[in-house]
Design a protein around this ligand. Structure first.
Ligand code: DAH
Length: 357
């Protein structure tokens, strides 16, 4: 039995794979294996002999069985190690520079704006870029023949000559999303709506398609003070300057009453614009308390609810923050421009991680 033990434990230790192990198992402890054959001899033994040989044979069988299991596990681990070595992949390897796309400043700034307002409890709402005349104008207290319509340089969609409905428009601002959002969620509400808008205009600071972000907050006791606080928080976070000053100038929009245009503090040093210091002012947005007719158009009772709204140019604040001089280049798809002004694709702006790096 000692010979058998030495022989099989040796073979098990040398076995190179699972099929070799299986052959050894059969040869040793299979039905016709050597150990099994030996066990048959027990029958011919005297009871005394059997009392010694029986347990010894069982022990031998058990020892071979556990040696087989241990070797099997070791082979399995080795195979897994081998496979892991073969399939190893360094996920931290940077992408090849020339193939790395960048995030467009408009997308970057949209993400930044969204992160800041999200922190203040605003969610993102969306609406269509082709909208009806009613959502873009009437519902916002701009009836037909109102001078504000003429000022907008609106793109109108085609209507057949025998169709007397007013033509749809490429939305001239994100304000129609105020109405859509009121209809959908009612009051109270707090939303921003970033997105593309269209006007027939083209020069260094105007392109026929550009981006705005609309803001709307409706509740039972909202005032201009809330508007001012929210905007000051926003500008401090966005321009990453604490205590940036704002100036509210009385203005007029059909959809707000009272209305204010908002300027932020800036200075010009050697022809360079600096935001958040000095005693010049830069106009950045329009805002006010939502006009009762606008609330009504959105299905909200103005005797019960009030709100503030604002609209701001995303491209414009992108130009201010990142020192980009010409708006037209935003939409030229010139790869050199995109590489220069683009942002790394994995740096998602968050308030805790930093908005821009
Ligand atoms: N819709 C205006 C525009 O495009 C911007 C604006 C002004 C939006 C005042 C507002 C607001 O929500 O209250 O020029």
């Amino acid at each position: 039995m000692d010979d058998l033990k030495a022989k099989y434990l040796g073979r098990i230790a040398d076995a190179a794979d699972e099929s070799a192990l299986e052959a050894i198992r059969l040869a040793a402890i299979g039905k016709k294996g050597e150990v099994a054959l030996k066990m048959r001899e027990l029958g011919k033994m005297t009871p005394e002999e059997r009392q010694i040989a029986g347990p010894a044979m069982n022990a031998l069988k058990a020892e071979i069985t556990s040696a087989l299991a241990a070797r099997k596990a070791a082979l399995h681990d080795a195979a897994l190690d081998e496979r892991l070595r073969g399939e190893w992949l360094d996920v931290t390897l940077p992408a090849r520079d020339r193939r790395q796309g960048t995030i467009h400043p408009v997308s970057q700034v949209t993400e930044e704006v969204t992160a800041i307002f999200a922190e203040m409890g605003f969610s993102v709402a969306e609406g269509p870029r082709i909208d009806t005349d009613w959502y873009n104008f009437d519902a916002l207290n701009i009836p037909a023949h109102h001078p504000a319509r003429a000022e907008m340089d609106t793109f109108y969609m085609h209507r057949d000559a025998d169709d007397d409905r007013p033509p749809n428009v490429l939305r001239t601002h994100t304000s129609p999303v105020q109405i859509r959002s009121m209809e959908k969620t009612g009051a109270p509400t707090r939303i921003i709506c970033p997105g593309g808008v269209y006007r027939a205009d083209y020069d260094q600071t105007h392109t026929p398609m550009f981006h705005q972000v609309e803001g709307l907050a409706i509740d039972r006791d909202i005032s201009m003070a809330n508007l001012k606080w929210v905007l000051e928080e926003f500008f401090a976070a966005f321009f990453e300057v604490d205590g940036i000053k704002t100036r509210f100038r009385a203005s007029h929009f059909p959809f707000t009453e009272p209305s204010a245009e908002v300027d932020i503090q800036c200075s010009w040093v050697d022809g360079q614009l600096r935001i958040g210091e000095g005693d010049d002012w830069m106009e950045v947005l329009g805002s006010g308390m939502v006009h009762p007719s606008v609330l009504r158009a959105g299905g909200i009772d103005p005797d019960e609810w009030q709100g503030f709204a604002f609209g701001m140019g995303i491209d414009r604040i992108a130009m201010l923050k990142y020192g980009i001089p010409d708006l037209r280049a935003f939409f030229d798809s010139d790869l050199r421009w995109l590489r220069h002004y683009g942002f790394a694709s994995l740096d998602v702006p968050t308030l805790h991680g930093g908005l821009s790096r």
